[in-house]
Design a protein around this ligand. Structure first.
Ligand code: SF4
Length: 436
């Protein structure tokens, strides 16, 4: 047993699978496109997947000690490029390294057209009990425009298999992902998409707003004026319609982009937003044990080099030397505000170590930056707990966040100095933590 803080160690783990068949036109994630015929078992792309899994297993094996896991999330990329036996072996490795609690939530992202019914059964037999299906749209034309590999018939077929296993009690719950605010999207078309989503009986829906990220095909098209994005009014109408329709159907918006029927909120998602720690394994993955965040190298060669020099239980400390980021006050605030229950500013200030005078001064300044959002009813408070209203505050959250970042930038240097970080004085410069 190492001398790491076992009691406060994370109880959640994220495993990153960076492979996809192809890169979708809007995606800027760290992914490795392997071609439309790739698969984890044999054939195209399989040697690359197998050699990556060897590294991933090594990383898990030499991680610091920790208590049994209560949530596991296998995301990507496209984890359903892996075979059921590859998924099973990863779970086995986590089980032998940390243990997995009875009743743990074990989620895997799956992509329509990258698995069949037998694969899905294999994933569930291996221990997966929650799947998150990347549907994005039910329209072939839209899917094609997004650069997705799957089509409507793949999506409907996947939903049938999932529902079949769900009804038989082989899955605890499942989620469907959709994207709103797509090029050419009308309110009518989006309402039809929502109606279809409700017909699927998915107990959890993740509805993401399209963002045009630099370096993507969409950014290139946008610069040429070729991307027919909904204007501000239509986007606002689409967002409002999502919230009101899903609310009428009994879904609670427990986070800006996530809606769930009672009892179906994702426990793993809440770990990220609540500020609790998690292990992260894999190329480019982020972990957040003991209040600090560590980013793994983003390229395969760097990831491999870093991993080859590591000893048992030394994994996270070694990462501090590579990329260390502390979740700063503004980030913690932003993460907290994404949740329906919002965030308690006084607890956050306590954690950050501000004294009474600093707290009074900085909070009055924050309220000044937020005055417009408060007057317009986007932001409300009970005492020091602030939360975004639904739908207006959640839909316009970016404006609240921008004002908050301006406030953070306006604070004096000593407000953003942390003490007691392993005995060092640390400054927060941008998002990087600098140990003086
Ligand atoms: S499948 Fe997902 S992770 Fe892969 S390229 Fe498309 S959006 Fe990105």
């Amino acid at each position: 047993m190492s001398d790491v803080d076992f009691v406060n160690a994370p109880r959640s783990a994220y495993l990153h699978i960076p492979f996809c068949h192809r890169r979708c036109f809007y995606c800027d994630f760290t992914v490795i496109p392997l071609g439309d015929k790739a698969s984890g078992g044999s054939g195209q792309g399989s040697p690359s997947i197998k050699s990556y899994l060897t590294l991933l297993h090594r990383e898990i094996a030499i991680a610091p000690d920790g208590p049994p896991l209560s949530t596991v999330y296998i995301g990507g990329g496209t984890p359903s490029l892996l075979t059921p036996s590859q998924i099973g072996t990863l779970l086995e490795n986590l089980r032998s390294r940390f243990g997995i609690q009875y009743g743990a939530e074990i989620t895997m992202e799956i992509d329509p057209s990258s698995f069949n019914r037998n694969d899905l059964k294999g994933y569930l037999d291996a221990g997966i009990n929650r799947v998150s299906l990347g549907g994005q749209s039910f329209e072939d034309k839209v899917l094609e425009g997004l650069g997705r590999r799957h089509r409507r018939h793949h999506l409907l077929e996947s939903i049938n298999w999932i529902n079949d296993f769900y009804r038989r009690g082989m899955l605890s719950t499942w989620s469907l992902d959709l994207i709103q605010g797509l090029p050419g999207q009308t309110l009518g078309a989006w309402k039809e998409t929502l109606a279809l989503a409700l017909e699927t009986s998915a107990p959890h829906l993740s509805i993401y707003d399209l963002t045009v990220e630099p370096g993507t095909v969409f950014a290139w098209r946008n610069n040429r004026g070729d991307l027919d994005l909904p204007n501000e009014d239509l986007s606002a109408e689409i967002m409002r319609c999502t919230s009101s329709i899903l609310q009428k159907e009994g879904f609670a918006r427990y986070e800006i982009s996530n809606y769930a029927l009672p009892g179906h909120a994702s426990r793993h998602n809440r770990v990220y937003w609540s500020g609790s720690g998690w292990w992260g394994f894999g190329q480019g993955a982020t972990s957040a044990p003991w209040g600090q965040r560590f980013s793994r190298p983003r390229t395969r060669a760097e990831y491999q080099n870093w991993l080859e020099g590591q000893e048992c239980n030394q994994l996270e400390p070694s990462l501090k030397l590579i990329h260390t980021t502390q979740m700063t006050f503004d980030e913690q605030l932003m993460v907290g505000l994404r949740r329906r229950e919002g965030v308690d500013l006084s607890s956050l200030a306590n954690l950050w170590g501000w004294d009474h005078n600093q707290f009074e001064e900085y909070m009055s300044s924050l309220r000044f930056f937020w005055r417009d959002a408060i007057e317009r009813g986007w932001l409300k408070n009970h005492g020091w707990r602030y939360y975004l209203t639904d739908p207006d505050g959640m839909d316009l959250s970016n404006q609240v966040f921008v004002q908050m970042l301006l406030w953070w930038d306006s604070l004096p240097e000593d407000a953003v100095v942390l003490s007691n970080f392993e005995g060092h004085q640390c400054r927060v410069a941008g998002r990087e933590l600098v140990v003086d």
